[in-house]
Design a protein. Structure first.
Length: 210
């Protein structure tokens, strides 16, 4: 992967490689754009096959966060952290505290949060070394796990989309399409899985819009 060419092509500001042999930390922090404010983006822990895969994941996710923040009208930019490791076996207090020191060293240019493979407890460990982390425990005055709000947002976003789709179909004015309509969840990441599991719906792969 030609890193500098990629950074230039998509106007990235910074790419940080974080390494700590003692804790086993191997992480990448990507900052895409801070025009609107400090870069915000979650910390993902994943078993990447190659280092190039981890770098590309951090870069593409950071760029996506720039657009998400801008579309949402937030005074934030886009960033992302990826940790190379197995979230089931490779976590430790030392690893996340080491990452927290790297984030602190960016002096507020980047704010992290939980993502795939990480949780509130991991963010609390990062918080011991830096204030530039959100989604930490409510005991620290933060919001805690943001995924419940995300699940509700996903559900709320699906309903008008389905309404618009059905409006194009030849339904009679008196019909009740939502009573017979369902959306299949083709992929079940943590957010979708818990959205389905927290409902009273009869199956784990179908979401009815009643």
């Amino acid at each position: 992967m030609e890193i500098f060419s990629y950074l230039g092509k998509y106007d990235y500001e910074q790419l940080v490689f974080c390494s700590d042999e003692a804790s086993g930390l191997k992480a990448i922090i990507a900052i895409h754009d801070t025009t609107l404010g400090p870069a915000l983006g979650g910390c993902r822990m994943w078993t990447y096959v190659r280092e190039d895969d981890a770098i590309l994941d951090a870069l593409r996710l950071a760029r996506g966060m720039t657009y998400k923040a801008a579309v949402s009208g937030l005074n934030l930019g886009g960033g992302k952290t990826v940790i190379m490791g197995n979230p089931k076996t490779d976590k430790s207090e030392a690893l996340f505290r080491s990452l927290g020191r790297y984030i602190q060293g960016l002096s507020g240019r980047y704010i992290t949060a939980e993502d795939v493979g990480t949780n509130v407890h991991d963010m609390d460990l990062i918080h011991t070394e830096t204030d530039y982390v959100t989604g930490i425990s409510q005991a620290y005055g933060s919001s805690g796990n943001p995924r419940q709000s995300l699940r509700l947002a996903c559900f709320a976003g699906c309903r008008p989309r389905l309404r618009r789709h059905l409006a194009r179909m030849t339904w009679r004015a008196s019909a009740s399409p939502f009573k017979v309509s369902a959306v299949s969840v083709c992929n079940l990441p943590d957010t979708s899985r818990k959205l389905v599991a927290s409902s009273s719906w009869p199956t784990s792969t179908t979401i009815p819009f009643a």
